[in-house]
Design a protein around this ligand. Structure first.
Ligand code: GLN
Length: 385
């Protein structure tokens, strides 16, 4: 068997979902909604299937969806892109990220990753052959040190991954931070790979800025996104990567031989979802803001230390106080104990760090769950711990 696949473990996020399902717990581990996706998007998928969109798609994406993406990014992200040459539709943002890294990386190249990071970026680096360099995001507000960031760049740096709004911290990178990052990318002739999957999930007036929209960045940025989180259809596996034509050509080749294409009917349904008016996105935001406020209140009452996330639908908490009370010294054991005592599944903090010990007092809660689930979770956490 391949040695490279020995160097990383299976996803802890996905494993926690399986453990949760086995015991019939409340799944606050994996980031997917437990409420229904919007009726019009469900109807659009049925329409696409009965209209005959059931065979292979254009490998790099059905034209209707690429046109919808191009219109969307022009207005929402301030990115100009040609749907014919600058977009690759992929099987979720997951495939967009690995296909992008495969298209960019040569042996010996380094990539910069902010830590804590979304779990997939670790194995993505290994599978693409990149050497990761981590730059710490410091809690409670998850800022980075400019000196540390600048020192991470060198002549081997091929790319920096920016996930904003951020999973697992809830950080939303500011325009000032993204401008600093952009200047470093230009100075060191480095690509930016921006994973913006939570772009519509923002709180307290936070502004989403796409690094590709900053001066000099369009030609060196790959912007990754998906319909999963915005339209609550994580199982449809439709995402995309936007990049200049010479990068897109490479991404398209990798994508074609990896997967041939993302599911055809869901691409057509996605094109329809992208015509929803502003009320849809406003409502999404305000619902999640209510969930966030409610769950943060319950977590603090239960003894977790946490700051209000500014975006996305996760909160990375410090569980030291409760762990000490229970005599538990590591995050994985604590997550298991938490399911046993309360039925609540979380993700152990170490999943988001290269050096696992950095996360061994943390657990991540995901709050994109219906009221009924969140109320039961709040009750269990505040009465059973
Ligand atoms: N982004 C989601 C999370 O962090 C999971 C996505 C996935 O499992 N593919 O929970």
């Amino acid at each position: 068997l391949s040695q490279i696949t020995e160097t990383f473990s299976e996803s802890v996020i996905r494993e926690m979902t399986r453990i949760c399902d086995e015991v019939g717990g409340y799944n606050l581990s994996q980031g997917f909604p437990d409420f229904a996706s919007p009726k019009p998007i469900q109807e659009a998928a049925i329409w696409a299937i009965t209209s005959g969109y059931n065979q292979y798609p254009v490998t790099f994406g059905e034209p209707e969806l690429r046109e919808a993406i191009s219109r969307k990014v022009r207005t929402y992200n301030n990115i100009e892109c040609d749907p014919r040459t600058d977009i690759t539709v992929t099987c979720g943002a997951t495939e967009a990220m690995i296909a992008t890294l495969k298209a960019l990386i040569n042996p010996g190249d380094e990539i910069i990753i902010f830590e804590p990071f979304y779990e997939n970026y670790g194995p993505d680096s290994i599978l693409s052959g990149a050497t990761p360099r981590y730059v710490t995001l410091y809690g409670p507000d998850w800022h980075y040190s400019y000196e540390e960031l600048a020192a991470a760049f060198n002549e081997k740096t091929k790319a920096i991954i920016i996930n904003t709004p951020n999973n697992p911290t809830g950080k939303v990178f500011t325009r000032k931070e993204l401008t600093e990052i952009a200047e470093l990318c230009i100075k060191w002739d480095t690509y930016a790979v921006a994973d913006e999957i939570y772009e519509h999930i923002l709180y307290d007036g936070a502004e989403h800025v796409s690094i590709a929209s900053l001066p000099g960045m369009a030609e060196r940025t790959v912007t990754i996104n998906s319909i999963s989180k915005t339209y609550s259809v994580t199982g449809w596996r439709v995402g995309w990567a936007i990049a200049a034509p010479h990068i897109t050509q490479r991404i398209r080749k990798v994508h074609d031989f990896f997967t041939v294409g993302a599911p055809t009917p869901f691409q057509h349904a996605a094109a329809k979802a992208m015509t929803f008016g502003p009320e849809y996105y406003d409502e999404l935001k305000s619902h999640y803001a209510e969930y966030r406020d409610f769950i943060l209140g319950a977590l603090r009452e239960a003894g977790f230390t946490c700051e209000m996330p500014k975006g996305a639908y996760y909160v990375l908490t410090d569980a030291s106080a409760i762990m000490e009370r229970l005599g538990i010294t590591d995050d994985t054991a604590f997550s298991r104990k938490l399911i046993e005592l309360t039925g609540v599944a979380t993700v152990p903090g170490s999943s988001f760090y290269a050096e696992k010990s950095k996360g061994n007092r943390q657990v991540r809660f995901c709050f994109c769950k219906k009221w009924e689930t969140l109320r039961s979770v709040a009750h269990a956490l505040t009465t059973k711990l």
